[in-house]
Write a protein that binds this ligand. Sequence first.
Ligand code: KIV
Ligand code: ZN
Length: 388
Amino acid sequence: MKEGNVLIFDTTLRDGEQVPGASLTKAEKIEIAKQLEKLNVDVIEAGFPISSPGDFDAVRAISEELTTPIIAGLCRAVKKDIESCAQALKKAKRGRIHTFIGTSDIHVKYITNSTREDILQRSVDAVKFAREFCDDVEYSAMDATRTDFEYLCRIVEETIKAGAGIINIPDSVGYSTPEEFGLLIKNLMNKVPNIDKAIISVHCHNDLGMATANSLSAVLNGARQVECTINGLGERAGNAAIEEIAMALKVRNDFYKTNTNINTKEIYATSKLLTKLTGLAVQANKAIVGQNAFAHASGIHQDAILKKEDTFGIMSPESIGLNGHSIVLTSRSGRHALKHRLKDLGYSIEESELTDIYKQFLDVADRKKEVFNDDLKLIMDRIGKVAR
Ligand code: KIV
Ligand code: ZN
């Protein structure tokens, strides 16, 4: 791992799998975990072992099969959860117990029916208990962004003292804004006396569409681990998307001055695998992995991108594992794009022939939403052109 890089904690198999209809078989989870290993994520949260025998089994199997990433299991700050998690992780080369509890007043009152002092004590006890099984313990203050700041500072300080090496600050309900969340991380870094003894992690949900922006703002303010999922899958509106975090840090390294260990060339294959196995399609205009993310439809854009990629492309399709830009031929396409596609299909066209071919192309394009290669071949047959 390159020093100074932001760690990517993948929670596709845990938070991502909580999406209605996305449930996966053990074999599918192992297949995804292996692909995540190829993607080179630093940590894979493989599941929530106490939640079901199937989840336990999947965490156990992934722990046995994978060698490179840390395998994390989730558990509430409850002894029997922690024991089950430790059991499931037993065979992991590098295992991590990730324990959590709600710390906002609304969670303390309505979920645990408890008090701040009791939650603080339970947090400390859970971390200490988890450390009896595993050196690598992560603690999450669920709903941290709606937690009283002074109380959050105490929780963070005490759980670090108790032995948590990673402290996760989740925006569990996707309520925060980039400025506010960045400031929260900055203030924690400044106010918690032993903060340098732990890695600060963030886990942002996308209820207001700000999960990626919030995570990146946290990175700018000292967070060194980002929890995220492939295709942004996750509870409700989902989590921050790995592909967005990884590519933002890579493409805008000049600004963020930090990177990830992600093998970005595996991004597209990983996204496709998730779509296939969960049955959850990615919206066409989704950043990085959407069908249109590297597609160009306007004639002006097509002409420009064929002359020089950087005119309308800020990253190469190859950098995420795609074969190239896609030029969509429609009635808005110009002669340059048409000629380029015909050349790809093996036709050599003189400038003098192009005017007539373009006219016939527009004729088809006006009748159809998109002109495909077969349509072009028909035009070429009609005028007696043969591909080389
Ligand atoms: O959103 C959340 O707070 C979580 C925790 C369990 C980390 O998923
Ligand atoms: Zn979550």
